[in-house]
Structures are given as structure tokens and as C-alpha cells.
Design a protein around this ligand. Structure first.
Ligand code: SAM
Length: 215
């Protein structure tokens, strides 16, 4: 998702108390508990888009901390608008960054779980390593995830999902759960929170695939 540039989005992000800024985020590596002021488990969503999923997750789970990560200011601004209306919510922060830098921002084993939702497919083979479920990204997740941490991935793009399944196997991760039709899988659907893209594509009749992996 890349919205047209929204004038003022960089300034709005720069002045927000809910965004941890580029100049400080790397200093927080390994001490995100200090940023939140407590020792709750930390979960991140990579490529959160307009932020509906992680905002709802944070509202439903006050016992955890959440960080939503998005590359583009114009998209992050939309998430920030939602978040700014929820001033009592103390467990959700945002980062504007490229996920390639995750190991510079989070310490070894600092993250309890990672969510990838409707990640960009990057259809050209030469761009495969930019896909968020690629083995290059799995190696980054491996660095920051707790030993028992899990990665959850949802998409309606069957080609990207099949690619992810191959990468999981190649990288030696364990496939804990998998469905090719989430919305008709009662067990995996339990507690499901719809993302913006999930709502759009499932309403068009596209089946949603989901996997959960660990090492
Ligand atoms: N997760 C949302 C959903 O399901 O509605 C948005 C899906 S959208 C297709 C993918 C989002 O991931 C875009 O907003 C894009 O900017 C972001 N993204 C893609 N690659 C990224 C990266 N390397 N680092 C951070 N964000 C990224």
C-alpha cells in the first residue's frame, strides 16, 4: 500500500507521542520494556498499513505491548489518526522504518510474536528477498524473536503463500498451523481480527490463507 504523499504527514508523525522516532529507536534496542515502562511481552506487526489490526489487538490485550511498523509516512499517518483518538491506550506505539532494519531496533529474543498481514507480493523473482515471508526476512525475525516466539502470516495471494511455505521449509522453521481458507476454518478463525486488506479481499470472495510458524 502506498498512498499519495499527504502534505504534513512527516510533520504530524514527527510531533506524535505515539511514534518512536528514527533518532532514538536504535537506542531502545534491547530495552523496549523501558519505553513502555513495564515488562509486558512485546508483539510487532510488520507492514501494518493503516493499523486496524494492531490497534484492535492492543485494545483486546492490555497484558501485552505492541509496536506497529510501517515504511511509508502517508500510510502511518492513517494509523496514527486512529491511535490518537485512543489516549487511554498505553500499550501501542508505531515506528516508521523499513523492516530490513529490525535487528538494529530490537534486541536478541526481545519480541514474543510477529504478525505479517497481506504483505506486498513483489511478483518479480529478482525482488523475492523483499517479500516479508522470505528466508532473508525469516533470518531477521530469528534474531529478534524469543525461542518460543511465533510468526503469523495471512494473505489472499496464493502465489505468495506457497512461496512462504517453501521458505519456511528451506529455513528450517516449523509449520505449527496452516489453512488455505481461514474464514471457513473454525479453529484458526477463533479470535481472528480482520485487517483492512482482509476485509476488502474476503468480501470479493477471495479465500484467505494463514500460517503460524516457530523454530
Ligand atoms: N497489513 C495491512 C493490511 O493487511 O491491511 C496492510 C497491507 S499492505 C498490502 C502492506 C503494507 O506493508 C504497506 O503499507 C507497505 O508500505 C508495508 N511494507 C511493505 N514492505 C515493508 C517493509 N520492508 N518495512 C515496513 N513496511 C513495509
Amino acid at each position: 500500500m502506498r498512498l499519495r504523499n499527504i502534505p504534513g504527514s512527516r510533520e504530524a508523525i514527527a510531533s506524535s507521542e505515539f511514534v518512536v522516532h528514527e533518532d532514538v529507536m536504535k537506542e531502545k534496542r534491547g530495552c523496549w520494556n523501558q519505553v513502555f515502562g513495564n515488562d509486558r511481552p512485546l508483539y510487532i506487526e510488520v507492514g501494518m498499513g493503516k493499523g486496524r489490526f494492531i490497534t484492535e489487538l492492543a485494545l483486546q490485550n492490555p497484558q501485552n505491548n505492541y509496536v506497529g511498523i510501517e515504511k511509508y509516512s502517508s500510510v502511518l499517518l492513517r494509523a496514527l489518526e486512529k491511535r490518537s483518538a485512543l489516549t487511554d491506550l498505553d500499550n501501542l506505539l508505531f515506528l516508521r522504518m523499513d523492516a530490513e532494519e529490525l535487528p538494529l531496533v530490537f534486541g536478541e529474543g526481545e519480541v514474543s510474536g510477529i504478525y505479517l498481514n497481506f504483505s506486498d507480493p513483489w511478483p518479480k523473482d529478482r525482488h523475492a528477498k523483499r517479500r516479508l515471508p522470505s528466508r532473508e526476512f525469516l533470518a531477521r525475525y530469528d534474531q529478534i524473536l524469543k525461542p518460543d516466539g511465533k510468526v503469523e502470516f495471512k494473505t489472499d495471494n496464493r502465489g505468495l503463500f506457497d512461496f512462504a511455505l517453501d521458505q519456511v521449509k528451506e529455513a528450517g522453521w516449523r509449520l505449527d498451523a496452516c489453512t488455505f481458507d481461514l474464514h471457513h476454518d473454525a479453529e484458526m478463525m477463533r479470535g481472528n481480527i480482520m485487517t483492512e486488506y482482509e476485509e476488502r479481499f474476503s468480501s470479493q470472495g477471495n479465500p484467505i490463507c494463514k500460517l503460524i510458524i516457530s523454530r
